[in-house]
Design a protein around this ligand. Structure first.
Ligand code: IMP
Length: 428
């Protein structure tokens, strides 16, 4: 006790990195369970910005860190990230699951070619090879981290995998990249050597930690609407971004999870393609993007911004069994008056209260808004941090209470600025 899962309830980028870092102070270890270097978790401490892609956000608190089997590991990016953290004076106490799958350069090539091939169905991926590596995993062609330490198995698997990748690139997608099997093998063996000290059976260690009564934080990447099963397929990612993903992606049973925190950004943002019912293409959307620094951490792409949409949030609460909410980036909405919150959709003359599976129906969904009074541009957020909830402007409290009412869950943490310290705890 306890296992706590942190998940995004929207389209990702809900500031889960900041939330996980904040919570990690009182945790023993932090476990990543899904996604890969497509994630970009930003943590800001005393003005210094740390951008994490694969290393769990507990690293800045010097906690024990795990990369679970559900993550896809790009060894080149991981090694770069570890080196830069070491340069900053951190000694990441990291373990990587021997069962996690490995991303190769050719996965990124195929990612780009597949996006071109998909036309209107392209998701606007991060080009990190995520879809192709999870495809190989599901088709049982994949290379796992443990294989990097076993030359025979690695050579045998890469023989097949590189042949397959080369045919896909050349014969299916018409690409001209030529893969060099020997070089890929040598590089993979080198990666294995570099990370061998970190490899272990993560499921065994995390379960032992829970047995000892340690606090284990499971750090989700992306958000519910990007989930492979429950997201806006095919405009999502290829992993399990919901709370259940923590079980399969870290090798723990559902009975080990005590709390699921659903992170809700105070407005909507989306990076990539597909319908976003509350998207604002006007000056308000532009203002939210610039005040909220809504540019992709992994890719730098401008994010599409809009009013808070509680339909996906409520849907996420159901899918993940969220027990408490965390609201982030409340400060970004300062000075916008009135504010709008979407509480349902209308399409084909009927009301919808949940996210439909049908793409064409979702594309037709028009938001049903409630208008809320905004709070002033200048707010003394530090006073609110000191005084707690009652120190927030009256209008901001009403906004938060409307979220609680509609979703039916309490808010436990509120983030009112990018720094770790800009955080209000409501209910410990
Ligand atoms: P992929 O995960 O790179 O395959 O991208 C699939 C979709 O998920 C694209 O629309 C991406 O923009 C989106 N995506 C992937 N990772 C993140 C993330 O960490 N935050 C927000 N969007 C993401």
């Amino acid at each position: 006790m306890p296992g706590i899962v942190v998940v995004g309830t929207q389209w990702g980028d809900e500031a889960k990195g900041k939330v996980t870092d904040f919570l990690a102070e009182n945790a023993d270890c932090v476990v990543r369970f899904n996604g890969g270097a497509n994630a970009g978790h930003t943590v800001i401490v005393d003005g210094k910005v740390y951008k994490l892609r694969l290393v769990p956000s507990g690293v800045l608190h010097h906690k024990r860190l795990y990369i679970g089997n559900g993550v896809v590991v790009d060894p080149e990016i991981l090694i770069q990230e570890l080196n830069s953290l070491k340069k900053e004076g951190f000694k990441p106490d990291l373990r990587i699951s021997d069962r996690a799958h490995v991303v190769f350069g050719f996965h990124k090539v195929i990612d780009g070619l597949q996006e071109r091939f998909k036309g209107n169905l392209r998701a606007g991926t991060t080009m990190m090879g995520i879809g192709p590596v999870y495809s190989d995993k599901a088709a049982r062609f994949g290379v796992r981290v443990a294989d990097l330490l076993d030359r025979d198995v690695l050579e045998w698997k890469l023989n097949l995998l590189v042949d397959l990748a080369q045919r896909l690139i050349r014969d299916v997608y018409g690409g001209d990249q030529v893969l060099d099997k020997k070089q890929i093998l040598q590089q993979a063996l080198g990666f294995g050597e570099s990370i061998s000290g970190y490899i272990c059976d993560v499921s065994a260690e995390v379960n032992e930690a829970l047995d000892r009564g340690e606090t284990v934080l499971f750090e989700g990447a992306q958000g519910t609407l990007l989930d492979l099963d429950h997201g806006l397929y095919p405009y999502g990612s290829s992993s399990s971004t919901v709370a259940g993903g923590a079980c399969t992606g870290a090798g723990v049973g559902p009975t080990r999870i005590d709390e699921v925190l659903g992170v809700v950004k105070a407005y909507t943002s989306r990076v990539g393609a597909g319908p976003v019912p509350t998207e604002l293409t006007d000056a308000v959307g532009e203002r939210i993007r610039s005040v909220g620094h809504e540019f992709g951490t992994a890719t730098g792409r401008p994010r599409r911004c809009g009013w808070l949409d509680l339909v996906p949030v409520k849907y996420s609460v159901r899918i993940s069994g969220v027990s408490k909410l965390v609201v982030t980036k409340l400060d970004v909405l300062s000075g916008i008056n009135p504010l709008k919150i979407c509480v349902g959709y209308e399409a084909d003359g009927r009301r919808l209260d949940s996210v439909p599976a049908s793409l064409s129906l979702f594309a037709k969904c028009k938001p049903v808004y409630e208008e809320m009074e905004g709070w002033p541009e200048k707010v003394n957020w530090q006073r609110a941090v000191k005084e707690g909830y009652s120190g927030l402007p009256r209008q901001a409290r009403a906004y938060l209470e409307r979220i609680e009412d509609h979703v039916g869950l309490p808010i436990t943490v509120i983030s009112v600025g990018p720094e770790r310290k800009d955080t209000i705890i409501i209910n410990k």
